[in-house]
Design a protein around this ligand. Structure first.
Ligand code: SAM
Length: 312
């Protein structure tokens, strides 16, 4: 069965009386080269090939009819795919029948308790030193919320448990998430992700590779967790402030700093820290007092949080 053949996709959907649901962001891949490339990139990103005696697992979000799922099943030892659309389950029973390493879970990724899910489904693999990755052709309507949910499920002070997160998203969002501080694409989500991981753009995918074709172009990005706040802000080890509090306040400053992009950081954060205190903190950090949040790196936000908290 070729799950990326346009007529086969249409035949399968018809057989189960289904049509692509816009409300669930259903745009199915119809070029077999793309799921193959995404699965391969995801496996490479996980680094699992370096440890052949350890097991590798992947969480897929939104298997659809299973095009990416079966490509993942060829690389990873265990694939657990979370699909919101109950209507697709009988179809997936048929298309995944030959794969004994794939499990389909009916659910909404936004409602899942991620740490519990990971320990239930992959506790044995992690305990044995194996890896868990995430890979998805994400529904466009919730791209950033899904990525933030995966990251925020764990404290900013800890290294995230994923070996890598490989996701296909809108090209425009991919450019935003991979942007450097100070560029016009850089935003609150970019800075919040950078507190926990590095992002790299891997592949552009045009709309013609999907059925139905979306209105926008897409791109695949790889998100690789780093050591967390202690890597972003190595000075943390000399600070009296707890990593939890510093992380919390740095993330709050990021959110304030981008809430009104045209405002200076002093004005944007005045409601929480007061104008005078913010001005003094910027001065101590050797940062211009009329700076806007969009010009600051995650390290700058951590340094400012450290200075502000130290003055308490
Ligand atoms: N993986 C398939 C592919 O690449 O052809 C389908 C990708 S399609 C862009 C997005 C998939 O995510 C759909 O199957 C949709 O039903 C599913 N989905 C949408 N929202 C979801 C959610 N909140 N939780 C889990 N799955 C979701």
């Amino acid at each position: 069965m070729d799950l990326c053949n346009r007529s086969e996709v249409k035949r399968l959907l018809e057989k189960y009386s289904l049509a692509p649901k816009k409300a669930f962001g259903q745009n199915f891949l119809v070029n077999p080269a793309i799921p193959q490339m995404i699965a391969e990139s995801s496996y490479e990103l996980s680094g699992a090939a370096k440890y052949p005696d350890k097991k590798s697992a992947v969480i897929e979000i939104g298997p659809g009819i299973g095009a990416l799922t079966c490509a993942l099943a060829k690389y990873f030892d265990r694939v657990v795919s979370v699909e919101i659309d109950r209507g697709l389950l009988p179809l997936l029973d048929e298309t995944m029948a030959d794969f004994d390493n794939v499990e389909i879970v009916n659910g909404d990724i936004m409602e899942l308790d991620i740490p519990t899910f990971i320990s239930e489904k992959f506790g044995d693999i992690l305990d044995d030193g194996g890896t868990v990755s995430v890979c998805a052709n994400l529904p466009y309507y919730i791209t950033s919320p899904v990525i933030m949910k995966l990251l925020e499920a764990f404290p900013v002070t800890e290294k995230l448990p994923y070996a890598g997160i490989t996701v296909m998203i809108q090209l425009e969002v991919a450019d935003r998430l991979a942007a450097e501080a100070g560029t016009s694409e850089y935003g609150a989500v970019t800075a919040s992700i950078a507190m926990r991981a590095n992002v790299k753009k891997m592949l552009n995918v045009s709309a013609g590779n999907f059925h139905p074709a979306p209105k926008v172009a897409s791109a695949v990005i790889g998100i690789v967790p780093h050591g967390g706040i202690s890597e972003v802000y190595p000075e943390l080890r000399d600070s009296n402030i707890s990593p939890e509090l510093l992380g919390e306040k740095a993330l709050e400053l990021i959110s304030l700093g981008f809430s009104q992009r045209r405002k200076t950081l002093v004005n944007a954060a005045a409601s929480v820290w007061g104008k005078e205190r913010m001005t003094a903190a910027l001065d101590t950090a050797d940062i211009r007092v009329d700076i806007r949040g969009e010009k600051l790196s995650p390290h700058d936000f951590c340094r400012l949080a450290d200075i502000l908290l130290s003055k308490d």
